[in-house]
Design a protein around this ligand. Sequence first.
Ligand SMILES: CC(C)(COP(=O)(O)OP(=O)(O)OC[C@H]1O[C@@H](n2cnc3c(N)ncnc32)[C@H](O)[C@@H]1OP(=O)(O)O)[C@@H](O)C(=O)NCCC(=O)NCCS
Length: 148
Amino acid sequence: MSVPVVSLREITAETVRAICELEPHRAQDGFVAPNAVSIAQAHFNSAAVFRAVYADEAPVGFIMWRPGDDGASCFLWRFMIDKHHQGKGYGRETIALWLKSLPSQGYELARLSYLPGDGGPHGFYLAQGFRDTGETRANGERLMELAL
Ligand SMILES: CC(C)(COP(=O)(O)OP(=O)(O)OC[C@H]1O[C@@H](n2cnc3c(N)ncnc32)[C@H](O)[C@@H]1OP(=O)(O)O)[C@@H](O)C(=O)NCCC(=O)NCCS
């Protein structure tokens, strides 16, 4: 069987319900907002960009980003792969696609924040080349970045 092709697609009236139904494992709930909340927030932030992650024709995840305050960095705001589709390389492929798209948009740095904890995404992001900046936000989230 061939390896599914991962793509980032715009969410439409026809697909929004399926994307809102994607969710992480229950133990991962605290690491990312529900997709419905992220999509609602995006509609109040004109700079936010959000996409559904597809593996071939199956919706498997969600990613959302926004420009950083400095203009040169892009901030990964939300990212998740559905519990039934984790561990298949889709997360890695999604981040690779996202990172590849950034330099042509003028970005020089990718940034993100994560909550530390068991089952959290820190190790995943390290494996994708991000490094800890040492900064911690008031809400306990830690920052990582990757020079493009
Ligand atoms: C983090 C997440 C997106 C990873 O997606 P995924 O599709 O399961 O990841 P992949 O299958 O592409 O894994 C790629 C590699 O990272 C590793 N990996 C995956 N999750 C990991 C984790 N939490 N910690 C450490 N390594 C991890 C995999 O073992 C794999 O390693 P390999 O390259 O040696 O095979 C997914 O677990 C998720 O949605 N988590 C809940 C939501 C979340 O935490 N989002 C981030 C908010 S900041």
